[in-house]
Write a protein that binds this ligand. Structure first.
Ligand code: MN
Length: 322
């Protein structure tokens, strides 16, 4: 179990708190942020929830899903409470610029690998946790907080996000235990329907096109996938909506690793998602390009042309032990 004593001590002496997660928030970032805010408010704290970008579209059903602001707050809080962010910089340039010079206390809940750089007064960083939302659950237990239905859904949403609905290797005993506990508070079937059955029809049309252009290497163990801004526009889809493409491709029997390159700025700025199975480790690949993540799910930003990006990862794929 994690030690929350220092965290709780700091919280006791904090009245105004700014809560924030990482850029391009994923369900774990969103769910853990919403749950923490709700719990802090029930403790009588004044909470400002910041997000650098839009939350995932399928989290719109969560209570208080619209409570986050995209404006960097202009006041100094007693405390910055950061969630799911491997480095303080990952909170976003503008937010980090403010937080990094602030004398306010700073704490972190996270489950990404990172070096302790002394930025936080206290942190609970557990690389073994399936999701940051699982750490939020531990903390709620630690302080004896009884979760509301909304908070339980937030936490379930976070765990589902990082474990693919309890399907990935990250779905450990604790994740299964927490979700089974939460199923006494939430309507589990209804929750699953809201989590999984939300795809716009165009999603399948674009996915079909993306599959047509996907490339396979090394007997189908390596897959290279690309999506363009033009496609997003043509199919009227947003970036977060097409995020699951890469996970779907991993479901192919032969696949050991998937590289998905996504156009961010026409022809020159790209986001890579890397997904693998079993022992194939994505972290060193992402780190090579200045990114990071988890063993089976990582990402990085790439500057250059599509062909340069494609070549760079295929070269790496040739050397992998698969
Ligand atoms: Mn996470």
């Amino acid at each position: 179990m994690s030690d929350f004593s220092r965290i709780n001590e700091i919280l006791e002496n904090s009245k105004t708190i700014i809560v924030a997660g990482h850029v391009n928030p994923d369900p774990d970032c969103m769910g853990s942020s919403l749950a923490v805010c709700s719990i802090l408010r029930s403790m009588g704290k004044e909470v400002y929830l910041y997000r650098s970008d839009k939350y995932p579209y399928n989290g719109a059903f969560l209570e208080n899903s619209d409570s986050a602001s995209e404006t960097v707050p202009d006041f100094e809080p007693d405390l910055y409470f950061i969630l799911d962010s491997a480095t303080p910089q990952r909170t976003g340039d503008e937010f980090f610029a403010k937080m990094s010079v602030s004398k306010s206390k700073k704490i972190l809940f996270d489950h990404h690998w990172h070096q302790d750089n002394g930025f936080y007064e206290a942190e609970v960083s557990d690389e073994g946790a399936s999701a940051t939302a699982a750490i939020v659950y531990r903390w709620a237990k630690d302080i004896g907080h009884e979760l509301t239905k909304g908070e339980a859904e937030d936490i379930c949403f976070g765990i589902f996000g990082d474990t693919g609905g309890l399907r990935y290797a990250s779905a450990d005993k604790e994740a299964l235990f927490i979700v089974s506990e939460l199923s006494e508070i939430i309507n589990y079937g209804e929750f699953c329907s809201k989590f999984f059955e939300t795809l716009p029809e165009n999603w399948f049309a674009m996915f079909a096109e993306v599959i047509q252009s996907m490339e396979k290497f090394r007997d189908g163990k390596v897959v290279f996938l690309k999506t363009s801004l033009e496609q997003l526009e043509r199919f009227r889809l947003s970036i977060d909506e097409i995020d699951p493409f890469v996970e779907e491709i991993r479901r192919i029997n032969s696949v050991r690793i998937v590289f998905r390159i996504r156009e961010v700025e026409p022809g020159k700025l790209w986001k890579f998602s890397v997904r693998s199975k079993g022992d194939v480790n994505c972290i060193p690949i992402a780190q090579k390009f200045g990114g990071g993540g988890h063993k089976n799910a990582a990402g990085f930003t790439f500057h250059g042309t599509l062909e340069e990006g494609r070549k760079a990862v295929i070269e790496i794929a040739e050397t992998l032990e698969l």
